[in-house]
Design a protein. Structure first.
Length: 845
């Protein structure tokens, strides 16, 4: 057979390769299969750049043999199979004469040792002698006509359990095609298992995992950016996850292209869990995303008209105005029965009569925030939220409605099912309830409010008096700092929930400081102790009773977040430990006051040096380069290595603190998370960030991702090199930003003109390092998130003289684009810099 005429037939050549310790299997590599060249068991078909390989393999401890596609050894040392030809009909492992051939009818054909066909592409082929099969670098096996180049068949149109980048999952009603992922039966048996993943034929579509024909998980409708029911699918996926719907054609397809400089695929496990796996050059495979993750993610765990909350106890509760169908079952934890309406609606679905009888008042709507929208939505073509409300109000079949950005008006007429309450993200849902149900709530509220009003005045007077007395007493007597330790055994965070352990306990302890000890330490928040004012509140220097210096951040009062949630969040943040992160020592909660206690940094922040005419020379090039490197490592930790995967959202020179040895430590990480929670409660979307450091997608649309931190890091890097403030350029006069200025110099081959003159003279100055940094700064600050490198890539780029891609020309100018926003300049003085112009935008959703 023609297979002999491969590289291996030239024996001296083969030996030569082995001698240089090439993987021996490359000796058996072929690049195509033709009518005269089959693929035998001893050979592999490789893609042009040796990214994927196709060949015969045997899953662990199974007696079966399959033909499959996997990542080549140079990409992934462990064998990760992404496609299998003969899933349904295995070859015996003992069959050593099996071959993959192009048959006489021009089809690709897998035949066993007795020349029986085991699997075939099975399509009509016009010119059977011209067929050739090749493997592409995207992992697709393609059968094509070698003369015309016409693609006859491709494996990406027949997915197995995995979806490769740009491969499509979806359906076309007109042609009846469905592209779905199907799980393996077990980890080692690739035959068709119980679970299928695909898109539903709804508008807008949702991704589903089905167990047999029953829904097992649901993504929530697609809002043109992401799936509304998967808030953890943070917008860093934005640039890569895509769902295209064509209502006229009756088709929808989902694809992902999230890994520009790494490898990734999505697959559905034999247990029914969808996972996005990623592998960067320097890492092993890791989960980028998975679902279902918590017990609430499993379809309909709580039955009809009930809400599932992963951190609730129990997780299921009836919606307002509903009671358990069977109290007994509900108490036992059998929630499947769901809940039933307590008070009949005036507007009766069966009669379709919406005109109110003289007695009753019209039904109303109860708003639920931050929820995963129920299944069975119906789309109504309405432009305005008010009209959506009116439509639902006037149609007795309508049980609930919502108006979602990017979708429009959705209504529900079937029993509501699979609703989740999130701790962040999610949508509003307006539920139809009888008037008395709504009124009842209001009356109770009114009573509480009026009681509170009467009581409050008196209480305030008393409290102020007591506080005044205590403070006086404290100042006179000697005060001991008390720091109790909390054990938050009930901690339960959505992001670390797993299906197996919906509840997780953590013995981590967070020091809780006594408010009186803080008053003493800061001399009653004396103005002379104030170090600065940050985006989240002022910072004071404090000296504890044992003489230890600390920095105390007094968070601007926000009553939105409960104390328990706040503590939980802090417990998580305090677990982030890295030499380039400021250590959170503890917190103090006292009535409305929320204080964070950090280690004290004697050299204040980077901007105190960088933008100070006298002190900037203390930062020679070696120190600057070290700071750049360490900050990058700190961000990698936040993005990738920590348990939380934090996006900082407000990286800037004033948030880089310096210790006694001038080592940088990032501060204020994780605070955006705390504040975001409150902000969601207020039903607005707020952007925390600083002018000049904000990526275009963040500034304009409030979309933040790891890549928006990369952008801020790029700006910071250019600032460190140039000693110029990014926002010192006159933004509102449409002049150049620091980035545009740097790019211009770079494009004229004068990049080094950007460098701060004060470092040109010092010994450690290295033009190659500086040039490298400018390149990386420009790469990080590119307009399009997809073009920017990831932080692990940045660290690699920083430490090696490898080839770098060329940065693209920045088109985004703050000057022209920001005018249209409602800017609310806050008092953004942080530690020592002035005029930072930290902004927060309030956007109605
Ligand atoms: C294909 O090739 C075979 C053998 O070379 C030849 O007999 C046959 O006529 C060819 N068929 C076509 C359609 O060209
Ligand atoms: C798949 O379904 C079968 C039959 O319902 C069941 O016996 C088996 O345990 C299921 N497998 C998994 C992984 O759920
Ligand atoms: C009321 O809503 C139902 C369900 O969405 C729909 O089928 C029906 O056409 C609507 N009726 C009117 C009058 O719009």
């Amino acid at each position: 057979m023609a297979a002999k005429y491969t590289y291996c037939s030239v024996i001296p050549f083969c030996v030569f390769l082995l001698f240089y310790s090439f993987p021996s299997h490359y000796c058996h590599a072929v690049y195509n299969i033709t009518p005269s060249q089959a693929l035998s068991k001893a050979q592999i078909l490789v893609s042009p750049s040796q990214i994927f390989e196709l060949g015969f393999f045997t899953p662990n401890s199974s007696g079966n043999q399959y033909v499959g596609i996997w990542y080549s050894k140079q990409i992934s040392p462990s064998k990760v199979v992404v496609w299998i030809a003969n899933r349904e009909k295995a070859l015996a492992v003992t069959d050593s004469a099996a071959t993959l051939i192009i048959g006489s009818n021009g089809n690709l054909n897998l035949v066993d040792g007795k020349a029986n066909s085991v699997w075939s592409t099975d399509i009509p082929v016009p010119h059977s002698n011209n067929s050739v099969a090749v493997l592409f670098d995207n992992g697709s096996l393609v059968l094509k006509d070698s003369i015309s180049g016409q693609v006859l068949w491709q494996s990406v149109e027949h997915p197995g359990n995995a979806l490769l980048p740009k491969e499509k999952m979806g359906f076309n009603v007109r042609t009846g095609e469905r592209y779905e992922l199907t799980s393996w039966k077990t980890e080692t048996d690739p035959s068709i298992g119980n679970f299928t993943m695909g898109l539903s034929q709804q508008r807008p579509s949702q991704a589903f995992i089905w167990n047999g024909s029953n829904p097992h998980w649901r993504s929530g409708p697609w809002n043109k950016i992401k799936f509304t029911g998967a808030p953890e699918m943070d917008p860093s996926y934005l640039s890569g996850f895509k769902l295209e719907e064509d209502v006229e054609q009756g088709s929808a397809s989902f694809s992902m292209d999230i890994c520009s400089n790494s490898y990734c695929h999505m697959f559905i496990s034999s247990q029914g869990i969808a996972k996005v796996m990623q592998k960067d050059k320097e890492t092993d495979w890791y989960f980028r995303w998975e679902a279902p993750k918590s017990s609430c993610d499993v379809y309909g765990v709580c039955g009809h008209f009930a809400l599932c909350k992963a951190s609730g106890s129990p997780i299921c509760k009836c919606m307002k105005g509903f009671v358990p169908k069977s109290n007994e079952e509900w108490k036992k934890g059998n929630w499947k029965g769901g809940c039933v309406r307590r008070t009949k609606l005036l507007c009766d679905k069966s009669t379709g009569n919406s005109s109110s009888s003289p007695k009753g008042k019209k039904d109303g709507f109860w708003k639920m925030g931050m929820v995963k929208l129920p299944d069975f939505h119906e789309y109504v073509l309405i432009e305005k939220a008010e009209s959506c409300n009116a439509w639902c109000q006037s149609n007795c079949s309508c049980l609930a409605y919502t108006f979602v950005d990017g979708i429009g008006c959705l209504v529900w007429s079937k029993d509501l099912v699979d609703i989740q309450e999130f701790s962040y993200g999610g949508e509003d849902l307006f539920l139809r309830l009888a008037h008395t149900e709504l009124d009842g709530g209001k009356q109770i509220k009114k009573v509480i409010i009026s009681l509170a009003a009467i009581g409050a005045t008196g209480i305030i007077v008393v409290v102020i008096f007591i506080a005044w007395c205590r403070r006086r007493a404290n100042r006179k007597g000697k005060i001991k700092e008390t720091s109790e330790h909390f054990n938050l055994t009930e901690m339960n965070d959505n992001s670390i929930d797993t299906l197996q352990s919906a509840r997780r306990q953590d013995p981590h302890e967070l020091a809780i400081f006594n408010f009186d000890s803080i008053l003493v330490a800061t001399n009653d928040f004396n103005i002379t102790n104030k170090l600065g004012q940050g985006g989240f509140g002022p910072v004071y220097k404090g000296i504890l009773h044992d003489g230890k210096e600390v920095a105390i951040k007094r968070l601007s009062s926000n009553s939105g977040q409960g104390i328990k949630e706040f503590k939980n969040e802090l417990t998580l943040i305090s677990k982030l430990q890295h030499r380039n992160l400021v250590t959170l020592m503890g917190c103090c909660i006292h009535r409305e006051e929320k204080l964070l206690i950090y280690e004290f940094m004697p050299n204040k922040s980077l901007d105190c040096f960088l933008f100070d005419r006298r002190r900037r020379s203390e930062l020679n090039w070696a120190r600057r380069f070290n700071i750049i490197h360490d900050v990058a490592k700190g961000i990698v930790y936040l993005h990738r290595d920590s348990c939380l995967r934090i996006i900082h959202r407000d990286l800037k020179a004033s948030n880089i603190l310096l210790d006694g040895m001038m080592n940088p430590k990032i501060s204020d990480f994780g605070l955006a998370r705390i504040f975001q929670e409150t902000i969601d409660l207020a039903n607005t979307q707020r952007v925390v960030g600083t002018l000049g450091y904000m990526s275009p997608e963040y500034a304009m649309e409030g979309i933040f991702s790891e890549k928006s931190d990369v952008y801020s890091f790029g700006v910071l890097l250019l600032e460190i090199v140039s000693g110029k403030k990014s926002n010192s350029f006159d933004l509102f006069d449409e002049q150049l930003s620091l980035i545009a200025y740097a790019w211009q110099l770079w494009s004229e081959n004068r990049a080094l003109d950007l460098v701060d003159e004060t470092i040109l003279a010092d010994d450690s100055y290295s033009t190659s390092e500086v040039a490298r940094c400018i390149d990386i700064g420009l790469l990080c600050a590119q307009d399009h998130p997809m073009d920017r490198p990831t932080m692990p890539e940045v660290v690699i780029l920083l430490s090696s003289e490898t080839d770098r891609p060329k940065p693209k020309r920045p088109l985004f100018y703050f000057g022209s684009s920001l005018k249209s926003f409602h800017l609310q300049p806050q008092n953004g003085v942080e530690y020592c810099s002035t005029n930072e112009g930290t902004i927060s935008m309030i956007e109605g959703r």
